[in-house]
Design a protein around this ligand. Sequence first.
Ligand SMILES: *Cc1c(COP(=O)(O)O)cnc(C)c1O
Length: 362
Amino acid sequence: MLLNSDHSMKKHNFSAGPSILPKEVIIQAAESVLDINESGLSLLEISHRSKAFIDIMEEARSLVLELTKLNGKDYSVLFLQGGASTQFSMVPYNILSKKAAYLDTGSWSSKAIKEAKLFGEINEVASSKDSNYNYIPKNYKIPDNCDYFHCTSNNTIYGTQIRKFQSSKIPKVCDMSSDIFSRQLDFSKFDLIYAGAQKNLGPAGATIVIVKNSILGKSSRNIPSMMDYQTHINKSSLYNTPPVFSVYVSLLNMRWLKSNGGIKRLEEINTKKATILYSEIDINPHFKGYAKEEDRSIMNATFSLINDDFKETFDSMLKNAGIVGINGHRNIGGYRASMYNAMPIDSVKTLVEVMSELENKV
Ligand SMILES: *Cc1c(COP(=O)(O)O)cnc(C)c1O
């Protein structure tokens, strides 16, 4: 069972992705799996060409534009498959003619660079690889002579986040997989945004792409239909069978986001959650943070024990408190607390209590 008798969640889920979703969303998703809109059919057995699903897709696409304030601004919204990882090659396939600029801030950025190199020359403007990606490089210039600039807004593994995006004359592409809808940005400064749904948007299976129509159609490359953004734009994300369940649950999550005050309100709460946790990391003598303070992510906080002898004790305290999904990524070890939009502030407080109790235990 997912819920306690008082309808609170049974676990405090700090998983990096697939990750926490609001309780209300999960309950409604479960009901729709049994019967969607009282139609006598399960969400899992309706045609993607049925009116019920076309309405879902339309509302999902328009909510993305509404939440990002991009409506009426020449952007198309797509729900695709293949994860953010497919976007690493789909982006250059569509818009890299000769040369592109990339910022390397972690494993996901470097995977994007690896794929892009199959399509053209890559100018790596800066990298924080020299210190295992614990900071965001700042003193770099985005060149004018490239087809586009690519960056990763939030580095899920290392717990760093870009605070200030540099301006540039060339189109800007951003992988926002782990912080989309978590903070207010001027989204119109970007020409292409993509995000795998399973972090802050919905369940695994869908990838959202927000693309400015005017950047497409400039490459003379022949693009296979499924890899061509224009194919999916022309068919309103229904060229082939879309990930029906994931699109629907992402829609429920965006409705939840909107009714809870939208991105602005969520950003306030996310900042508060992150402040509570980082304050504890900084004052507690048993822990140290991983990311450089000024670049700390409000979504994924990375930290470790100063003395690893206490790991067993701390891990069992976490377990007893119902805290799950908090192990660090294998690239850096330690702990990682992912605090996506749906994470209640009380879960963060519970984690902080356990951290401060460690002092009495050792
Ligand atoms: C998780 C993640 C990816 C990979 O997403 P998939 O959907 O698994 O392909 C890419 N970029 C970032 C920033 C991520 O957090």
